[in-house]
Write a protein that binds this ligand. Sequence first.
Ligand code: CA
Ligand code: CA
Ligand code: CA
Length: 494
Amino acid sequence: MELFSIDGREVIAVNHEYANLDINLPQNDEGAPVSEADVRKIQDAQGVAVFEVAEGENGWEIVVDSPYNRRITHNTPMRLTGPAAGHDLLKTEADPSGTEALGTFNNCGAGRTPWGTCLTCEENFNGYFGSTDAEFERPEGFDRYGIELESGYDYEKFDPRFDISKTPNEPNRAGYVVEIDPSDASSTPVKRTALGRFKHENAEVTLAADNRVVVYLGDDERGEFLYRYVSDDAYVEGGDTSGLLDAGQLYVAKFNEDGSGEWLALTPEATGMDRAMIHIHTRQAASAVGATTMDRPEWVAVNPLRVEAYCALTNNKNRAVKPNAGGDETPVGGPNPRAENNYGQIVRWRPEGEDHAAEGFAWDLYVMAGNPEVQDGAYAGSDNVTPGNMFNSPDGMKFDSQGMLWIQTDGDDSNEGDFAGMGNNQMLVGDPETGEIARFMTGPGGSEVTGATFSSDKKTMFVGIQHPMNFPDPEALPRSSIVAIRRTDGAVIG
Ligand code: CA
Ligand code: CA
Ligand code: CA
């Protein structure tokens, strides 16, 4: 979720990551679609919503007739640009050019550019594709991305675009970062293939010392990688920004044991793949250069007050147990120091020369989540974890304008065993200087707390609550929601 101030009006763009089928189609057995109409309903319930909000006597309300309001769904026309656009693997019968896709999928985290656009990130896109032919032999590369013969949504039974036996290239048109202009509801979203194809978490944008655009990107799967994009050209305020996310270099992170690290460029020379393929089979390219397998990189957040960035490594039960989907080993070490890591940690790095475009960086762990009440050693967590702020599975992260790091969790909320005393998923706030972390709020039962943004005056914080079991009315169907939080004294919150 991101809030944009457009001509003095407040416009929120929020992701609708996935549908809860049993809630969206309550008349069907386990919510499974039984018709094309069911599939269309589910497709229209996901994607991105852009809408204006305004503060009135009763608090924040949606401006229902705003010209900014729009829904972007699984069927909205989009352009594909960058190194992979037009490649044979992106061409379909409906789009022989390989440059005009439909829809954006499983939009997880987001980002914002200095020029006022929203970046929405396609994460578990693989789950929408299946095959009506049980004997269909999947193309090379599908395994690495988890594209199987059975989907989670049954789209393929009613919409041949999602049937890989009929439209085998359609999955290659998903897994990207999509740029949306929230100031123009008629604009066509753009899939920026230069930012790589993988299970994108968020896209944290900052500027290098020379004002080139730097985007940090996590691939949220066990043993996958952390990426960085650096544009060829510099950002100039008011200048032409249309090519800044098309022409640039994609890198992947390698962390060394001694606290140093480096960004490895994914070039044809380094990977043995051509430029377009690097941006279609990005995971394979990163494996080829020997990147560090990570404990599920979720959001990256850049500190506005100093040149450093943080990445939530949410958890990884496979650490030191088995390799990633590409066969890369996942040994204990570096920023992934625990075998069978079910608590997660947050790594941070400071680029050499205080420049986000630098090749090298120094890293350390800001926090290792854990449980000091039931665990010893590394599983108890780092010193800044106490019985009063225990959490697991850090996920969403956002810096506020005062340099405080807001941390949201998406983990085990059983409150038992290894997780005793942690309670529901929650939101915490961390001080990067002192390391102190305090619990700020807890979500309703069953929910993930994800997405945070601020009103222009910084006096309201909007927080996303995803898939609660019951909220706020225990009798009604539970719905994902946005909560607006203000201080009782009306002061700035972030
Ligand atoms: Ca994720
Ligand atoms: Ca997440
Ligand atoms: Ca997560």
